[in-house]
Ligand binder design. Structure first.
Ligand code: NDP
Length: 317
């Protein structure tokens, strides 16, 4: 088994490398070539939990991601380990830092959705949030659209300014309304548990990636986005069970009870239509899938073997 730390992962993959890896994973998800029970979170303390995600993916292997979910001033909010097993031997082949792997794969998933749904000429990106996901979303979205302007809103203006200072085309916005007013793409990447983004903020033709709020009890975007946008999800089973604002939108009749939301993988497979025209607003609701983690783990392991990175450990000696 090979152990890959944070610096190994950073050296082995860039956001650009991971977009096609995640696109293929999303096609596999929608072709139902992946077994994925719903993730569960063991409560540890208020705002803190132990998250468990497991799955098996044809051609890749099976595995688990085990992580402590906890807000911190420094370091990842998703600290733990991602473990990949070999289908043939049944033994684990890789263990790696789940924080950076999660940040990279989530941003790559939003990039895949943006590539499929945003207007080709989209040049203005609004980022709501200033944490790890905010940073990696800027990096990933820049690789697939000609981004000339990035407006960053954060509830801590100093953090928005500090993140903006890292990207030449970025500046801090003083309100969500200001960040979104001229946006072609909006990424909501906060830990807010009550809605910060309402439909009224969305300009015509925008594409929204809604990434925060992973629990049914939390809402980062308002349910009315489902009425204003053509909405897509990563995986219907988890979105219907775990996306708090979608559950609420169904209760309110904004999404009629019988209507199934298309998956991004179905768009990539040509089984569902994408954006209809330049004026339509589109929404991608990301909850995050173990299939994305397994696909990234397999990619990183392959590169690590090719380049000799990581530490080989023998568990059974
Ligand atoms: P970080 O802890 O690094 O950053 C969180 C950000 O959210 C900070 O900017 C923080 O501001 C802000 N924030 C927290 N509470 C609020 C609030 N009530 N209103 C507005 N902003 C708020 O987290 P990450 O970047 O790692 O993750 C961001 C979100 O994405 C989380 O909800 C996480 O669960 C989710 N996520 C989703 C994944 C997916 O696959 N869909 C995968 C990984 C994460 P400040 O620093 O000022 O407190």
């Amino acid at each position: 088994m090979r152990a890959l730390g944070h610096s190994d992962i950073a050296a082995l993959a860039s956001p650009r490398d991971l977009v096609p890896v995640i696109a293929e994973a999303m096609r596999q998800v929608s072709a139902r070539r992946v077994e994925m029970p719903l993730r569960f979170v063991v409560p540890l303390a208020p705002g803190e939990g132990f998250g468990v995600m497991t799955g098996a993916m044809q051609g890749i292997g099976h595995g688990a991601k085990l992580l402590t979910l906890k807000r911190r001033e420094k370091g990842s909010s998703h600290t733990g380990a991602l473990i990949l097993f070999d289908r043939g031997t049944g033994a684990p082949t890789a263990i790696m830092d789940s924080g950076l792997a999660t940040a990279l794969r989530t941003a790559a998933a939003s990039a895949v959705a943006t590539q499929a749904l945003a207007r080709a000429e989209a040049a203005t990106l609004a980022i709501l949030g200033t944490g790890e996901q905010a940073h990696f979303h800027i990096e990933a979205i820049r690789t697939i659209r000609p981004i000339r302007r990035v407006l960053i809103w954060g509830r801590s203006p100093d953090k928005a300014a500090a993140l903006a200072a890292k990207f030449s085309e970025a500046r801090a916005a003083s309100s969500i309304a200001e960040a979104c007013a001229e946006a072609d793409i909006i990424c909501a990447v906060t830990s807010a548990s009550t809605p910060i983004l309402q439909a009224a903020y969305l300009p015509e033709g925008v594409h929204v990636n809604a990434v925060g709020a992973s629990l049914p009890s939390a809402q980062e975007i308002a349910p009315d986005l489902y009425g204003a946008c053509r909405a897509f999800v990563d995986y219907r089973l988890s979105a219907d069970a775990q996306a708090g604002e979608l559950i609420e939108a169904r209760k309110l009749g904004i999404v009629p009870s019988g209507r199934e939301l298309p998956e991004i993988g179905e768009v990539l497979l040509g089984r569902a239509p994408g954006r209809a025209d330049a004026r339509e607003r589109t929404l991608y609701r990301s909850l995050g899938l173990i299939a994305q983690d397994l696909a990234i783990a397999e990619f990183l392991l392959r590169r690590a073997i090719e380049t000799g990175r990581g530490t080989v450990i023998d568990l059974y000696n």
